[in-house]
Design a protein around this ligand. Structure first.
Ligand SMILES: [Zn+2]
Length: 427
C-alpha cells in the first residue's frame, strides 16, 4: 500500500497538466482496456515481444498509472511494472499504437536540511523541502525514542538524506542517512547502519539485561596449632579415658608439648570464647566463618580476649595442663555448625568453606550516550548539529518525463512480475 501511496503522491504532481493519474479498474483486462480506448488489439498484440505478454496479464487492480489524453483520444499511457520500469503505450502519427517497456531514468539527490520548528515538524519539513515524505520517514527512524507530537516551536531538526529523483521530482521513498533532533534540552542523533538505525542521546537510555553472576567458592587454609607436632591421642568416638576409667568419645586431637609452648590459631577468625570450661580448663574458641569453630583446651595461659580478631598463625595462648588433664598437652577440637569433626580433616589443608553460587540478576545498563559516539558518527553528528543549511527544494512538476529507452534487455532478464507491496501503509 505504501508504494501505491507514494506513486499516487508523486504522479499527481508530475503530470498535473498533461497526464492524469488513474487507477486500474477492478476486473479490467488489458484487452478491455484497449477496446475502451479504441485500439485495434490484433495489431497491437502483434508487435509485442512474447516475453513481455506476461506483464499485460499481471496488472494489479487499483494500480496507479498515467494517461495523457487529448481531445478524448489516448496519446500515451504509462503503466508501472515494479519500481524501476514501466509499460509505455504511445499513439503514433499514423494513429496506431506502439508498445514498449522502458526504464525510469533517475538520479540520486543527496541533501541536508535543517529547520527550526515553527508550526509542526511535518508542515515545516514539507515547507522547506516540498517533499512530504521526509518527515514521515524521519518519524519512523526515531519510532520509540522521540514523540513527534511533543516537538515544539523552537525545536531543531536536521536531516541528511538521499532521494531518487526524476526531473526534480522525488521518486520512491527518501532514505534518511542521519538525523539530529534537539527537543528542549534533549538531543537525539540517528545514524543509518545497513538496514537499521542506531540512536544516541544525551539522555540516558537504560536497558535491563539479565546477567549471570558466579560467586567463586571460598577456601580457607587451616595450619597446625603448634610448631612441633606430636599426636598423643586421635579423634575417636570410643576411647578409654585414663582418668575416668571408662570409654568416652574423644572428639579432638591431643598434641603432646611442653608447658608454655605457644599455641597458634589454625586460621584467621574471631575469638568467641576465652576462659574456664569445666574439664577443658583454660579454653579459647575461635570462629573462622561458615560455621567452623576451633577450640584449644588445657592452656596454661590465654593470650587473646573474646571479640578479638586473630590472624592465621597468631599466638593465642600457651600449652598447659588445666582442667581434667594428666599432663601438659593441647587438646584441639574443630566444630562445624556445633558438630564435632575430626581436626585432621582441616589442619594443614585448604578447606572449601563456601560453595560457588551462580545466580541471575537483572542489571541496568546505560548506553548510547552522545558523548560516547564513535568517530565516524561524531563527524556526521557535528555536521548536522551545526547545520543551518537550506534544503534542496523538490519541484512541483509540470511537463512530461523524459523516458530513456535503454537497458531493455538487461531489464527483461531480471523482471518477473509486478511487485507491489501489500503492507499496511502509514505514510
Ligand atoms: Zn583431648
Amino acid at each position: 500500500m505504501r508504494f501505491l501511496l507514494i506513486l499516487a503522491f508523486m504522479f499527481s504532481a508530475i503530470w498535473a497538466t498533461e497526464y492524469k493519474l488513474k487507477y486500474w479498474k477492478d476486473g479490467e483486462t488489458f484487452s478491455s482496456y484497449l477496446t475502451k480506448n479504441k485500439i485495434d488489439s490484433t495489431k497491437f498484440y502483434s508487435q509485442i515481444d512474447p516475453d513481455d505478454i506476461k506483464f499485460l496479464s499481471s496488472i494489479a487492480s487499483k494500480l496507479p498509472f498515467f494517461e495523457n489524453v487529448k481531445n478524448g483520444i489516448l496519446q500515451e499511457a504509462l503503466i508501472p511494472i515494479g519500481e524501476e520500469m514501466q509499460m509505455f503505450i504511445s499513439r503514433k502519427k499514423s494513429g496506431e499504437y506502439s508498445f514498449d517497456i522502458v526504464p525510469l531514468k533517475y538520479k540520486i539527490i543527496r541533501d541536508e536540511v535543517s529547520i527550526k520548528i515553527e508550526n509542526n515538524c511535518f508542515v515545516d519539513i514539507k515547507k522547506a523541502t516540498n517533499n512530504a515524505h521526509i518527515a514521515t520517514y524521519l518519524k519512523r527512524v526515531f519510532k520509540d525514542r522521540v514523540d513527534f507530537t511533543k516537538l515544539k516551536k523552537g525545536d531543531i531538526i536536521s536531516i541528511k538524506y538521499r532521494q531518487k529523483s526524476i526531473k526534480g521530482l522525488p521518486w520512491e521513498e527518501p532514505i534518511i542517512e542521519a538525523a539530529y533532533i534537539k527537543r528542549g534540552s534533549s538531543e537525539y542523533f540517528a545514524l543509518k547502519n545497513k538496514d537499521s538505525y542506531q540512536i544516541w542521546s544525551n539522555k540516558a537510555q537504560v536497558s535491563v539485561v539479565n546477567k549471570t553472576i558466579t560467586k567463586e567458592a571460598v577456601y580457607k587454609t587451616f595450619n597446625y596449632p603448634l610448631s612441633h607436632i606430636r599426636i598423643t591421642s586421635k579423634f575417636t568416638y570410643k576411647r578409654w579415658h585414663p582418668i575416668l576409667h571408662k570409654y568416652r568419645p574423644h572428639l579432638g586431637i591431643d598434641f603432646g608439648a611442653k608447658r608454655g609452648t605457644p599455641i597458634y590459631a589454625l586460621s584467621s577468625g574471631k575469638v568467641i570464647y576465652a576462659g574456664w570450661m569445666r574439664g577443658y580448663g583454660k579454653v579459647t574458641k575461635i570462629a573462622h566463618g561458615a560455621g567452623i569453630v576451633s577450640l584449644y583446651a588445657h592452656q596454661s595461659k590465654l593470650l587473646v580476649k573474646v571479640g578479638q580478631i586473630v590472624k592465621a598463625h597468631q599466638v593465642i595462648g600457651k600449652v598447659g595442663s588445666t582442667g581434667r588433664s594428666t599432663g601438659p598437652h593441647l587438646h584441639l577440637g574443630v566444630y562445624k555448625r556445633g558438630k564435632p569433626i575430626n581436626p585432621a580433616n582441616y589442619i594443614g589443608r585448604s578447606v572449601k568453606i563456601k560453595d560457588s553460587v551462580t545466580s541471575t540478576k537483572s542489571v541496568k545498563i546505560v548506553h548510547n550516550l552522545l558523548k560516547e559516539l564513535p568517530i565516524r558518527a561524531k563527524i556526521v553528528y557535528n555536521s548536522l548539529k551545526n547545520s543551518h543549511k537550506k534544503s534542496y527544494r523538490w519541484k512541483s512538476l509540470s511537463g512530461t518525463v523524459e523516458i530513456a529507452v535503454k537497458e531493455k534487455e538487461r531489464f527483461k532478464k531480471h523482471a518477473t512480475r509486478v511487485q507491489l507491496s501489500n503492507t499496511k501503509g502509514d505514510a
